[in-house]
Ligand binder design. Structure first.
Ligand SMILES: NC(=O)c1ccc[n+]([C@@H]2O[C@H](COP(=O)([O-])OP(=O)(O)OC[C@H]3O[C@@H](n4cnc5c(N)ncnc54)[C@H](OP(=O)(O)O)[C@@H]3O)[C@@H](O)[C@H]2O)c1
Length: 290
């Protein structure tokens, strides 16, 4: 099975790529600039066709995206090119080649908002990033695909991207004064767990849209204090706040992105961990640098 990992040089790809190789998968890595075996701008149909024609993948894992929420808001066409047209270029190639190629497409929990543990149909779109990711899902759904709505944390292996826990670890270690939000709820997975679930998805190829998060989501503030507690880091400089008390947030972000991932669990026959267990798992990744 030839796997093409698109967007492999980013935050998630830098964990997923070595994980899949360690599991014996035959992976070709792709990015736009550097740090991958194949380079191509996926928003350009000619470059996308050339790359896909050369590799002839059996499975495509698509991590390509514009994840900067503020940039998506001020440059909606960039959001379209990276989060939608890039997916259209993949699916157009699959359709025109009439080959059997399964797409695993990574989407986001930002397509949810409003107090709930959301099942897949409870979509609420509140910013350009969410809109463009949702449109990308629609393009992905036009071919046999597994669309995974997720969020993740863990120690970054990507030189140009810090994860949420990298930022927390650095701020707490340096005793920087930071604010963490009581009014933003989420249910992310450790990147290591997410990598295992993506591997399961490429082997089982379930068709449809699936939430892929942890059980018992919590606020970002509770998450930050639980992470500090696991690593015995002082929380004296970390203050709880709500998003309306700070000036630095430019673009509206959803307040409640918690996901109900039972559909994924039932389709794949797995039990996903609690967020508390995921925090414990990820804290171990930082023990060696603590
Ligand atoms: N980060 C999060 O917290 C988060 C949460 C939920 C869901 N997600 C989703 O998870 C996926 C992976 O996120 P990530 O944080 O790993 O993203 P990332 O760090 O921004 O990496 C994105 C990758 O896509 C490549 N790329 C972007 N535009 C491209 C284009 N036009 N052509 C070819 N390659 C292009 C980038 O290449 P260059 O490095 O060369 O630019 C990079 O390798 C995304 O779909 C995102 O929406 C992310």
């Amino acid at each position: 099975m030839q796997i093409l990992l698109m967007g492999s040089a980013g935050l998630l790809g830098s964990t997923l790529s070595p994980f899949l190789s360690s599991r014996g998968c035959d992976v070709k890595t792709h990015s736009r600039s550097d740090g991958a075996q194949c380079l191509a701008d996926l928003s350009d149909p000619r470059a996308a066709n050339e790359l896909l024609g050369k590799i002839q993948p059996d499975v495509i894992i698509n991590l390509v995206g514009l994840t900067d929420v503020d940039l998506c808001e001020v440059q909606p066409n960039q959001a379209y090119l990276q989060n939608v047209r890039s997916v259209e270029n993949i699916t157009n190639w699959i359709k025109q080649e009439k080959i059997s190629c399964h797409l695993v497409h990574i989407s986001t929990d930002q397509v949810y908002d409003g107090a709930n543990t959301h099942t897949e149909e409870l979509v609420t779109l509140t910013n350009c990033y969410a809109f463009s990711k949702y449109a990308g899902e629609m393009a992905a759904a036009s071919v046999p695909s597994t669309i995974l709505r997720t969020n993740f944390f863990g120690r970054s292996h990507c030189a140009k991207r810090l994860s949420l826990t990298d930022w927390l670890f650095r701020s707490l270690s340096n005793k920087d004064s930071i604010q963490v939000f009581d009014d933003v709820l989420f249910s992310p997975l450790a990147m290591s767990t997410l990598s295992e679930m993506i591997e399961l998805s490429i082997r089982n190829k379930p068709i449809g849209v699936f939430n892929l998060g942890s059980h018992d989501g919590m606020s970002k503030a509770d998450f930050a204090f639980a992470f500090a507690d696991e690593l015995n880091l002082s929380t004296r400089e970390m203050k709880r706040a709500t998003t309306d008390q700070v000036a630095f947030i430019k673009t509206y972000r959803p307040k409640d992105m918690r996901m109900n991932s039972v559909k994924f669990e039932n389709a794949l026959g797995v039990k996903l961990p609690t967020l508390r267990d995921e925090i414990k798992r990820v804290a171990k990744e930082y023990h060696e640098v603590a």
